[in-house]
Ligand binder design. Structure first.
Ligand code: HAM
Length: 405
């Protein structure tokens, strides 16, 4: 028997329904916010992620599905969506148009991580990216949109925010931090020792208790932000306050990708175990330029769909469509014909064998549809269809012609 690879999963019932339900509604909300759907390739040149996500990040350094293709190109399965969308933005010269562009996308991402609950090697993200808008209103807009999506699915979360500074305030802060870390180096774990040289800011994300204790007195970027970053972060906080959106400022929130500047955020849940980030994102105002485009502000987020699906209650999924069944042999062909007509507008499942009413109702329930429509001898004589609304628990009879209109 050949099994799926470790950390990769088939999306089967009942998760498949939740998956579709999520995509449909998250896309609707993204469109309400003016975002357009795009798709970019799953395979990209490895150098794209090295340059954007960063060679010192775990994602690029340890977790990429990387190989040389038949043409000798070094390629990899995308570990995240932002880099590909930025590449597409620059390649299609959207950076020269000068107007704001907003995109959303969803699809599989690949990271060779150690699989555990909530951590897969192939997982799916729903992401959005906005280009050309440097106003901090957009930071709030993006956070509100993510909040709207999570609220729609009834998910409870904590919003954590931080500012990661810019190329003016980050380098002096990094020097300060390296000095501090070098003094306490002996007490740090091996990963943090390595980070002092490669990516010192990532030490704040270390889960090792000893490191966390040692870092209590470490300098924090919040107190070293330049005026522009400080004012922008104050604006974001004040605007969230004015909208009564609760948040926590978390100076340990550093994100695992190197392209962020200014506002960074995560939505975490207490109900999904150790891998508690449902979604994360932030600003990346230097990335378009870094990948060869004209200087263009950028900001976005991605939701981990599998993590979110674990939090959606099955009864939150709205039932739709019809199940149609015959009680009598003579009704089978009628059902088939009117079901075919009804399908022009609605989802219709047709049973090809006669069953008792009880058995049809049970089958309709199993299919997860909203209505069970049945025709027996009585209905044939009266030219009617008997319908039960399985959600409202109401029953009625309707003329066959009206039913299939
Ligand atoms: P990220 O924080 O690396 O950000 O991933 C976003 C979300 O994907 C996480 O919050 C988590 O829910 C989910 N996720 C990450 N790794 C795994 C995994 N191994 N298994 C299951 N779920 C996972 C990004 O990818 C950025 N591109 C987000 C962004 C868009 N920033 C700006 N624009």
């Amino acid at each position: 028997m050949i099994n799926a690879l470790r950390g990769m999963k088939d999306i089967l019932p009942p998760q498949n329904e939740k998956f579709e339900y999520f995509i449909k509604n998250a896309s609707r909300i993204a469109k309400n916010y003016g975002f357009e759907y795009i798709e970019t390739p799953i395979l990209e040149e490895t150098v794209l992620f090295k340059r954007s996500v960063g060679e010192s990040s775990d994602i690029v350094g340890k977790e990429m599905y990387e190989f040389v293709d038949k043409g000798g190109n070094n390629v990899c399965l995308r570990p995240e969506g932002t880099a590909g969308v930025v590449r597409c933005f620059v390649q299609n010269k959207f950076d020269r148009i000068g107007s704001v562009k907003r995109f959303f996308y969803y699809g599989p991402m690949f990271r060779y991580e150690r699989p555990q609950k909530g951590r897969l090697r192939e997982f799916h993200q729903f992401g959005v990216e906005c280009f050309g808008e440097d106003s901090p209103f957009e930071d709030v807009n993006i956070i509100l949109m993510l909040k709207d999506i999570l609220d729609f699915f009834g998910i409870k979360y904590t919003l954590k925010i931080n500012s990661l500074g810019c190329d003016k305030c980050l380098p002096p802060f990094r020097d300060n931090l390296v000095k501090f870390l070098t003094d306490i180096e002996d007490g740090l774990c091996d990963d943090c020792k390595r980070r002092i040289k490669t990516n010192p800011i990532r030490v704040f994300d270390c889960k090792n208790k000893n490191c966390q204790n040692l870092l209590k007195d470490a300098p924090r970027l919040g107190s070293m932000l330049c005026d522009e970053c400080f004012e922008s972060f104050e604006f974001v906080k004040k605007t969230l306050d004015s909208l009564a959106v609760p948040y926590e400022v978390d100076s340990n929130l550093v994100r695992g990708l190197d392209y962020y500047t200014k506002t960074a955020f995560e939505f975490v849940s207490g109900d999904i175990g150790a891998q508690n980030a449902v979604a994360g994102g932030g600003r990346y105002d230097k990335l378009v330029e870094f990948l060869g485009g004209r200087a263009t502000a950028g900001i976005g987020f991605a939701i981990g769909i599998e993590r979110l699906l674990d939090l959606i209650e099955p009864d939150k999924i709205e039932k739709d469509g019809y199940y149609m069944g015959a009680l009598d042999e003579n009704a089978l062909s009628i059902i088939f014909k009117i079901g075919y007509k009804k399908r022009k507008k609605e989802k219709v499942e047709i049973a090809y064998k006669t069953k008792s009413l009880k058995a049809h109702l049970k089958a309709a329930d199993k299919k997860g549809v909203r209505y069970c429509a049945v025709i027996g001898e009585n209905e044939i004589n009266e030219g009617k269809v008997w319908v039960k609304d399985l959600l409202k628990k109401e029953e009625y009879s309707i003329d066959i012609d009206k039913f299939s209109e």
